[in-house]
Design a protein around this ligand. Structure first.
Ligand code: SF4
Ligand code: SF4
Length: 176
């Protein structure tokens, strides 16, 4: 199996990865999982218009959104059209560079060393949205909380400004 480098989902370690021999990558024990989707990083959404665009992605089948460390990704779970019936790459000599780069290292010194990114990640995403309504619910909560924080910050700034003005007036009165 050729190697691929993509924006990757975080998944529990695959049993095949745990059983893989240290000296070999697990591609020969894998059903080409990395050739069955692609993912792209998105601009971080900031307002309703941005979130509405992301919602549009979710209206399409096989697409979902995940977020890690504040970075937003669109993933489409659709196999590469050049993946063969035996999980082989049918354009191996002409496969894209991203496919060539992925899946390192070729040799591991220790069974616990990572295999490919796909297998080695063991945590869930910070956020995942599979359906438009899941995003809708999250966005409403997120925007409400953000607005609440903005109001609190604004109120605190006004109090600080009023306190400073009072102190300045007291200082001016004392010097007369
Ligand atoms: S790089 Fe990873 S996901 Fe891709 S075929 Fe090899 S083991 Fe499977
Ligand atoms: S071009 Fe080959 S290696 Fe790349 S995703 Fe398609 S089948 Fe996999």
């Amino acid at each position: 199996m050729p190697a691929m480098k993509k924006a990757l989902p975080t998944l529990p370690m695959h049993p095949a990865a745990k059983a893989a021999k240290p000296e070999a990558p697990p591609c020969d024990q894998c059903t080409a999982l990395c050739c069955r989707y692609f993912a792209l990083q998105l601009d971080t959404p900031e307002d309703r218009e941005d979130f509405d665009s992301i919602r549009w992605y979710l209206l399409h089948g096989k697409s979902w959104i995940w977020v890690d460390a504040g970075d937003w990704y669109l993933q489409v779970d659709e196999p590469c059209r050049f993946l063969g019936p035996k999980n082989e790459c049918t354009i191996y000599d002409k496969r894209p560079q991203i496919c060539r780069d992925y899946g390192l290292p070729e040799h591991r010194e220790h069974p616990e060393d990572p295999l490919c990114d796909y297998f080695s990640r063991d945590q869930r995403h910070d956020l995942e949205f599979r359906e438009p309504h899941e995003l809708d619910v999250w966005v409403e909560k997120y925007l409400a909380e953000r607005e609440e924080k903005r109001k609190k910050r604004s109120a605190a700034a006004k109090r600080a400004w009023a306190k400073k003005r009072r102190a300045e007036r007291r200082g001016a009165g004392a010097s007369v």
